[in-house]
Design a protein around this ligand. Structure first.
Ligand code: DC
Length: 226
């Protein structure tokens, strides 16, 4: 099989990972893989069955009933299929964000999703974003980036994003949720969010999106042929 290249982008919620990864994937002709969407699909499924994301027995029992597939349309947009149903739009709520964070702490969930993520990287050149891509999923990724920003900046960006879409947004509530998710994602025992030894940290607190993309392109250009 021909060599495929992989770029791992990890970091906390709201750091701009998906915006950067999507843009870069388009420019490089790589497949963008949003791994958070996979955990969101698990959380959504369990929620439909009324299983609490903290209930390890319930999670273990119900997870066998779930088949997840990642599909891509002609534009390269990722679609999440839950037992054959497209749930891409349904998984984008604040409630599912929190539940995905909780459910992703269980080893039984992470183990089930590992090969699916690795298989995509075997087939395509990928830019994969998440929390444990550089540390666990693709420890031999060609480029590893840890994208971060202060919780306040991330909350401000998310608030502005929601307001721009005409949705309600309360800055202090958003900040609280971001801090809670940061805590959960960094303190779990299995595959916590942390800086991989060989990853490059980019703090975007004082940067705009064009500056971030410029900096990441420079990092990528040094490691892989673009
Ligand atoms: O990237 P996101 O906000 O869509 O992710 C939702 C949750 O899923 C996140 O809070 C933690 C979990 N997650 C994870 O544990 N590992 C990943 N690689 C991606 C997401």
């Amino acid at each position: 099989m021909a060599k495929t290249y992989s770029i791992a982008i990890d970091g906390p919620a709201g750091a701009g990972k998906s915006t950067v990864a999507r843009r870069l994937a388009k420019e490089l002709g790589y497949q963008y893989v949003d791994t958070g969407a996979i955990y969101r699909t698990v959380a959504y499924f369990l929620d439909l069955w009324g299983v609490s994301p903290k209930d390890i027995d319930g999670v273990t029992r119900y997870i066998d009933e779930l088949t997840i597939q990642i599909e891509y349309d002609e534009e390269g947009t990722q679609h999440m299929m839950m037992n054959g149903m497209d749930v891409t739009a349904d998984i984008r709520t604040q409630d599912i964000s929190q539940k995905a964070s909780l459910v992703s702490a269980h080893a039984v969930v992470r183990d089930m999703l590992l090969d699916m993520q690795r298989d995509v990287a075997k087939k395509y050149n990928v830019i994969m974003d998440g929390r444990d891509i550089g540390t666990v999923v693709l420890p031999r990724a060609d480029v590893k980036i840890f994208l971060t920003a202060s919780a306040e900046v991330r909350a401000r960006r998310r608030t502005a994003e929601l307001l721009a879409k005409g949705q309600k947004a309360d800055y202090s509530q958003i900040l609280k949720e971001i801090q809670q998710r940061d805590y959960q994602d960094t303190h779990r025992e299995v595959a916590p969010l942390k800086l991989a030894r060989d990853s490059v940290k980019v703090d975007t607190s004082d940067m705009d999106i064009e500056q971030v993309i410029g900096q990441i392109k420079t990092i990528v250009g040094k490691k892989i042929p673009v």
